[in-house]
Ligand binder design. Structure first.
Ligand code: HEC
Length: 187
């Protein structure tokens, strides 16, 4: 969804209106499925080619590249969690807040599928979408890891906190942001 100059000046002068934020949120959310798809395909292909050890390597090498590839300017996309594997994915204060809200919403019975939140924060539109732990994720984020896999993770991620999850648990979230000021040059 492209923004008109009129909408832009409104955003920049009068502050973002609810419907403008909604439009930008939709624009951001549309970037998630292809990002998620490519992450899944990459892990799956590496698993099939070389098992979970190879897949860990693939995740480590590819995940940041895939995030960069799907960061269509002016959007930046990534993944975060309250318990990260890679410290580079650590949640900032706003993201931590939203992740805690997601956990509360889940505890109150809301399904994780489609759980989202967006807001204007310090001149940026920020969007998050919850990530549930699925069956294929258990091998690397579940309660029982194969010893050689655990050893590799210990080596690659000495501060790993992303283990011990149960099927269906809130693993983290996709996180997206774009500057409102940049919106003018995106046309
Ligand atoms: C083969 C092992 C493996 C599998 C399977 C796997 N992951 Fe990961 N996951 C990793 C590694 C390694 C990282 C760290 C990537 C990096 O360095 O950026 C990671 C990072 C993440 C992150 C980013 C936050 C963080 O902790 O750094 C999320 C969110 C995540 N995984 C969710 C999932 C979900 C959901 C699934 C199932 C669809 C899954 N993972 C399957 C190994 C795996």
């Amino acid at each position: 969804m492209r923004m008109t100059a009129a909408v832009l000046s409104l955003l920049l002068s009068a502050g973002a209106q609810a419907e403008d934020v909604q439009a930008l949120t939709a624009e951001g959310l549309a970037l998630i499925p292809p990002f998620q798809q490519q992450l899944l395909e990459t892990v799956k292909a590496a698993m099939q080619a070389g098992g979970p050890l190879k897949a860990v390597e693939a995740c480590q090498l590819q995940a940041p590249l895939i995030a960069a590839e799907h960061s269509r300017a002016p959007w930046r996309v990534g993944r975060t969690s309250l318990q990260v594997r890679n410290p580079a994915n650590a949640a900032d204060a706003w993201e931590q807040d939203v992740l805690r809200q997601f956990a509360q919403r889940a505890a109150a019975g809301e399904p994780l599928a489609g759980m989202q939140h967006s807001a204007v924060v310090a001149g940026e539109v920020r969007v998050m979408q919850a990530i549930a732990l699925g069956e294929p994720c258990l091998a690397c984020h579940g309660k029982t890891l194969k010893p050689e896999l655990a050893a590799l993770l210990d080596q690659r991620y000495p501060q790993d906190q992303a283990r011990g999850y149960e099927l269906g648990a809130l693993r983290g979230a996709f996180t997206l942001r774009r500057s409102l000021a940049d919106a003018g040059v995106s046309q």
